[in-house]
Design a protein around this ligand. Structure first.
Ligand SMILES: Cc1cc2nc3c(=O)[nH]c(=O)nc-3n(C[C@H](O)[C@H](O)[C@H](O)COP(=O)(O)O)c2cc1C
Ligand code: SF4
Length: 618
């Protein structure tokens, strides 16, 4: 591929779009290709793409505007995005690495440097929380940042060193699979080929053989396999915990011209990175779970929706898909069964957390902005292209593949009554061993803290910003649908942390990621963010705390989708469990306005050289 450049003729553009479309005619795919090649998506490009795909120009334009990783003005040849996740973030350890990098490269955050060399900005969590402060440069993750590495990055950029010549170990992303405690190896009925696993997890063992689940499914029959999934009581691992067996059954029974399987690999919840590891080291089990699902619901086409931040995993995933086709595990006549045809396409997202919400994800798959649909109808009856569609999380498909292989009794032999099996946790923050842990459901917070080497803990955030902030008195609480449900994020905050800064970070995250469709969320998340900034700046009063409670409750009740319905959780939780973190920052007095009108006039006073009493409001 030729080097990125901003200049382009219409002929070049047309040839380029036609070539990009040969690989996939998907709108996001073509826009990604244009963004990478020409560093932005110009009006001309929008027009040509619209005409090439037969779409309204307004649709293509609105998609470019919606997604954070598409730009309509040129980015630098080095496009650097620092993760602002609070768990691993660039402001931890007292160093503001973003400011440092901008200073060294004489760049302004959010703008492209005049010579077009570099753009630097911050972005929401990139799923590298087990690697410390991290960034993406032209889509490639660089982790374990510190002041020294930032200085070296600045030099490499300034000398225009190609990324391929940067230190190879900088670009390495480890799995960081840590100890797996609990009696997972004791799971009964485990077939012998899985018993000798060196890594003793239920799902995180290394012995899953590609095709094993499909062979077992064919031996058991489709109906029997669905019965196993249902009897296993597997619940979705994406957060909501809906019964996977029921979801597959509803979809199987739904009428439609075609059925679809979608794997939700959008993993945007800050502090979550377990799907990254599953996609990297257990991709066969992910694709196998999707293929089992396809057989059950009668789908011929599947999609894996990969978050834009994980684009670096694409070549690896394509390789696994190609190998599975060669092995007869995908494509036509899978394992020699004439009527069993199924294949998987990977669609890469473009930096929008809301696209993890299943109906927004489907909108995105269809080449539109990721705005959640009205529900009902649910995707199982009206999903992709309005056809019956199963959307499941990466981990859910991995669990389904293992259940197809080992059966429901094996799966249910660990966990609790309402939360069967295991849960994979992404553990990050102030602990000695951040990484991936697999536990039987029902494990206590304290147990996880002991295992990951967390000492002197002030609070734990379970389930990401939309989850729950737990204080030490409640560390005996248990992870599971009966007590603390979680999509897998487990963020540890030590005594040295300023909890208010963390809550402020979460509020900024939601205000930034709100898709803007409904007023309570669009306006409410911004109001909450402003109130918290005001309190953190020492200007908040009791009035602001009361307002935050009122607005928080309103957003919760009136928002259209789960993002808005949970956006106030961290604030409402911490107001209840950690009131002191707000109260100690309050200004005296009952009320201070958000806006200092007299302060805002300062510039005008300076310009007019006036500072007399009449030039002030009071
Ligand atoms: C704002 C928002 C973001 C979400 N992000 C994800 C995600 O990244 N991955 C995921 O599997 N589910 C996510 N979900 C949940 C999905 O809507 C859906 O419930 C899930 O993909 C279903 O799969 P499961 O039954 O296997 O959990 C999100 C929901 C909301 C409201
Ligand atoms: S609640 Fe927020 S994210 Fe969800 S639809 Fe409304 S504006 Fe969009």
């Amino acid at each position: 591929m030729s080097q990125p450049s901003r200049t382009i003729t219409i002929e070049q553009l047309n040839t380029f779009i036609a070539d990009a479309g040969l690989h996939s005619s998907h709108l996001l795919h073509i826009l990604h290709a244009i963004q990478q090649r020409f560093l932005h998506i110009s009006h001309e490009a929008v027009n040509e793409v619209a005409s090439h795909l037969g779409l309204p120009i307004s649709q293509v334009e609105s998609v470019v505007e919606f997604y954070s990783f598409f730009y309509n003005t040129p980015r630098g040849r080095y496009n650097i995005l620092l993760s602002n996740c609070t768990s691993c973030g660039y402001k931890s350890g007292g160093e503001n690495l973003l400011r440092m990098l901008c200073h060294r490269l004489r760049a302004v955050a959010g703008k492209t440097r005049g010579d077009g060399l570099v753009s630097i900005d911050e972005t929401s969590c990139i799923g590298m929380c087990d690697h410390g402060a991290s960034l993406l440069v032209n889509g490639m993750p660089i982790t374990r940042l510190d002041a020294d590495k930032i200085a070296r990055i600045a030099d490499l950029v300034e000398t225009e060193t190609p990324l391929a010549d940067w230190p190879a170990d900088w670009l390495r992303v480890d799995d960081n699979i840590r100890v797996i405690t609990g009696d997972l190896t004791a799971a009964s009925g485990k077939p012998s080929r899985m018993a000798s696993s060196s890594t003793s997890g239920l799902l995180l063992n290394n012995d899953f053989v590609a095709g094993g689940g499909l062979h077992a499914m064919l031996a058991r029959g489709i109906e029997g396999t669905l019965a196993e999934i249902t009897q296993s009581a597997l619940r979705g691992r994406g957060g909501a915990g809906f019964s996977t067996g029921m979801k597959w059954k509803f979809c199987r029974e739904a009428q439609g011209d075609a059925h679809y399987v979608v794997c939700n690999a959008d993993e945007g919840e800050p502090g979550t990175f377990k799907d990254r590891v599953l996609l990297h080291s257990h991709a066969d089990a992910v694709f196998e779970g999707m293929t089992v699902c396809a057989a059950v619901i009668g789908a011929k086409q599947g999609f894996l929706y990969l978050r834009g931040e994980y684009r670096y995993l694409l070549p690896h995933l394509q390789t696994v898909l190609a190998r599975r086709r060669e092995q007869g595990l995908l494509g036509n006549s899978i394992l020699g069964q004439q009527a069993f045809n199924f294949d998987i396409e990977i669609v890469v997202g473009a930096g929008a957390y809301i696209c993890g919400e299943e109906s927004a994800l489907i909108e995105s798959l269809e080449g539109r902005r990721g705005v959640p649909r009205n529900r009902p109808p649910f995707p199982v009856t009206h999903g992709y292209l309005d056809q019956p569609t199963v959307v499941n999380n990466v981990e859910t498909f991995v669990a389904a593949a293992h259940i197809a292989l080992c059966g429901s009794a094996w799966f249910k032999s660990v966990g609790t009554e309402k939360s069967t099996g295991s849960k994979i946790l992404s553990v990050s923050g102030d602990c000695a061993a951040p990484g991936i842990y697999e536990y039987p459901f029902g494990v206590s917070i304290q147990q996880v803290l002991n295992d990951c080497g967390a000492k002197s803990v002030q609070a734990v955030q379970i389930g990401g910003p939309s989850g729950a902030l737990i204080n030490p008195a409640k560390f005996n609480r248990k992870l599971g649908f009966e007590d603390l449900p979680t999509g897998g994020s487990f963020m540890v905050f030590g005594q040295g942390r300023d909890l208010l800064t963390i809550i402020v970070n979460f509020a900024h995250f939601f205000a930034h990621e709100s898709c803007g469709f409904c007023t309570p969320c669009r306006v409410g998340t911004t109001l909450l963010k402003n109130s918290l900034d005001k309190i953190a700046g020492g200007h908040g009063t009791q009035y602001d705390l009361d307002e935050m409670k009122r607005i928080g409750e309103l957003i919760k009740r009136r928002s259209h989708c789960g993002l808005g319905q949970t956006a106030a959780n961290p604030i409402l939780d911490s107001l209840q469990r950690f009131p002191q973190i707000f109260e100690q920052r309050l200004a005296h007095g009952n009320f201070e306005p958000y806006f200092n009108l007299d302060g805002a006039l300062e510039e005008a006073r300076q310009v007019t050289h006036r500072d007399d009493a009449a030039a002030h409001l009071e």
